[in-house]
Every structure is written in C-alpha cells, then in structure tokens.
Design a protein around this ligand. Structure first.
Ligand code: C5P
Length: 224
C-alpha cells in the first residue's frame, strides 16, 4: 500500500531513449530500456498524482492510469514536453535523450554504392529539454524539476556539478552505466544539502522511494 503523498498533483515524466533518424529505416539510439522512467510514472500514479509519460521507443506496457505520449526523436520529446509542461507541479526527466541528431536525414533509404563510399553524416546538437524547463521554474505555472544522470565515474563530484549546471533542485545519479536495461539500480540523490544514497533495489522500489523524497521536498516549495 502506497500513501497518496501526491494526491492532487500533476506530474510529467520523460522516459526511454530517443531515436534520431538517418533515413526512413535507420537511426541512432541508445541502450535505455525505459524501465526506470516507467517505474517512476507508475509510482507517481500510485501516490495519487495525475501522470503524463512522454516516452521514447520502448517495449514496455503503459503503467495503469498513466497518460502516455509516444515520441521518437529528442526534438519531438522536447515539443511534447513544452506543449504539456505548463500547469504541471513536478517534471521528472528520466529519458536518455540523444545529445546529437543527424542534420538533414534522408527521406529515402540511403543505398549502398558500388564504389563502397560511406555516408557522410553530419550532426547538430539537440535541445536540452530539462535545462529548458528548469530555466522557467521561477515563472508561474512551471514545475519543480528533477533530473537524472548516468555517469561512469566520479559520480559524487559530477552529480553535484550537474545539479548546479542544469539549475535544478534535485538530481538523481545512477551508479555506473550498468543500469541500462537492468531491473535493479542504485541511486544517489543530490540536493542543496548534499547527497543521499538509496541502496541497490529493484527500480519500482527505488521509484517509490524517490516519489516519497520528492513529495517531502515539494511540500516546502510553493507550487502555484
Ligand atoms: O547532461 P546529461 O545528458 O547528462 O543530463 C541528463 C539529464 O538531462 C537527464 O535528466 C535527461 O533526461 C536530461 N536531458 C534532457 N535533454 C537533453 C539531454 C539530457 O532533458 N537533450
């Protein structure tokens, strides 16, 4: 039984990888399974919140009672988030958003050529969705922001620095990059007081603990 610590709150969650097209049948993505973000969406709903889940391509079922918006690219995820973020109390950015996209993806399948020439892919940077939303936090109607970070080393140092850089009150660090696709995780919460380790557990257990930690923190925040 989960206490309804988020009753009456609206929560926006991003989850999964993004997929950046090269042509209609090929693209660039990453190993995020979406499990952590989906667990967070489920835990938020269990806690009584109204939940919108903006999801990149995953093989996961939609958590019960959650409104899911499917997207493919980082730009689409950005647009879906920006269209729904106003009026949300909390934004939890769990998605592993691709940093770069291919400039001018081909509208037709790129063919192999007889001379063995390879495609000359050019990249441009995607918008940082979390930083964009965080920059609006002080405006009326914009949410308390929670970010995630997957670092391979120096997590304690990088986690605290990333929280500052993104301009967010709470950052969740995943220990190691072994979290991708796994059912278990170990996370560290970074806030203005330092860090707290939530020991290894399945992702739903950690998601419920995270939701409880968020609910305590937003109690102290003025949420329009
Ligand atoms: O900078 P880095 O990618 O490590 O930051 C991770 C955090 O930022 C995650 O919460 C992720 O969802 C978010 N992010 C984003 N848009 C991007 C890149 C990351 O929202 N383009």
């Amino acid at each position: 039984f989960q206490p309804k610590v988020l009753a009456g709150k609206r929560i926006l969650v991003t989850a999964g990888p993004t997929f950046e097209a090269i042509d209609p049948v090929r693209g660039i993505t990453n190993l995020s399974s979406g499990k952590m973000g989906y667990a967070v969406a489920r835990a938020a709903r269990e806690a009584g919140a109204e939940v919108i889940l903006v999801s990149g391509p995953t093989a996961l079922p939609t958590p019960f009672g959650v409104q899911r918006l499917n997207v493919q690219s980082a730009q689409q995820m950005h647009d879906a988030v920006m269209a729904s973020v106003h009026g949300q109390h909390v934004f939890i950015s769990v998605a592993a958003v691709a940093d770069w996209r291919v400039v001018n993806p081909s509208t037709q399948k790129v063919k192999k050529t007889a001379d063995g020439a390879v495609p000359d892919l050019k990249f441009e940077q995607n918008p940082d969705i979390l930083a964009t939303v965080a920059a609006r936090t002080s405006l009326a109607g914009y949410p308390y922001c929670v970010g995630f970070a997957a670092e391979s080393e120096n997590l304690l140092e990088y986690g605290a620095a990333k929280r500052e850089k993104k301009g967010i009150p709470l950052l969740v660090g995943n220990i190691g990059h072994h979290t991708f696709g796994q059912d278990d995780n170990t996370i560290i919460l970074f806030d203005e007081n330092g860090h707290t380790i939530l020991p290894r557990a399945d992702k739903l257990t950690l998601a419920r603990q995270l939701i409880s930690e968020i609910s305590k923190r937003i109690d102290k925040h003025s949420l329009f």
